[in-house]
Ligand binder design. Structure first.
Ligand SMILES: [Zn+2]
Ligand SMILES: [Zn+2]
Length: 179
């Protein structure tokens, strides 16, 4: 996933991506923690173009993941379609001050700074995938979740645990309103 800047200046380049999620360091951590399971490689085609001092990388990535319902822990499969647009701007000048200034300016514009003769897409591609992983998924809005006391799946069975007690303060307020 390396882009050679000199070559890119001559002509745009297509990059075919077909990578195992575990080849990305942070994704590997998520897999090891059991946060997410990748059912498929990360696949897609990116096009890199040199547009006057800026390297534009765009394309689509797709993969299939499984994560757990936030309430009942049932596995949920999500098909991710990730639209990627990354813009890299070259750091100019040798002086530290200049570099810092350019970097700040670049961040304002949503540009990623690079220096040297090549760009490694891997960390930024990884970032895009992480952002596309849905947070706080529930299997369905009506999911009743697990009983906090005995851990039974309340969607399938009912337990004999006492229902959660009303907060005394709230109960008092309710009574007050009824009167
Ligand atoms: Zn659920
Ligand atoms: Zn219970």
């Amino acid at each position: 996933m390396l882009i050679q800047i000199d070559k890119l200046k001559r002509r745009p380049r297509q990059i075919e991506i077909d990578e195992q999620a575990s080849d990305f360091s942070v994704l590997r951590e998520l897999i090891d923690q059991g946060t997410v399971v990748f059912k498929d490689n990360i696949r897609g085609t990116m096009t890199a173009t040199w547009v006057g001092k800026i390297v534009e990388v765009s394309g689509n990535l797709r993969t299939t993941i499984t994560s757990s319902c936030g309430r009942c822990l049932k596995p949920i499969t999500s098909h991710l379609q990730i639209e990627v647009l990354l813009c890299y701007s070259e750091l100019a000048g040798d002086e530290e001050d200049v570099a810092e200034e350019v970097e700040l300016h670049s961040e304002d514009l949503g540009l990623i700074s690079f220096s040297g003769t090549e760009i490694d897409l891997r960390p930024d591609i990884q970032q895009e995938i992480i952002m596309a992983i849905p947070q706080q998924l529930v299997c369905e809005d009506a999911c009743k979740g697990l009983c906090p006391n005995c851990g039974i799946d309340l969607n399938r069975e009912q337990c004999t645990c006492a229902p959660p007690v009303f907060h005394a303060g709230l109960a008092a307020l309710k009574n007050f309103r009824l009167e």
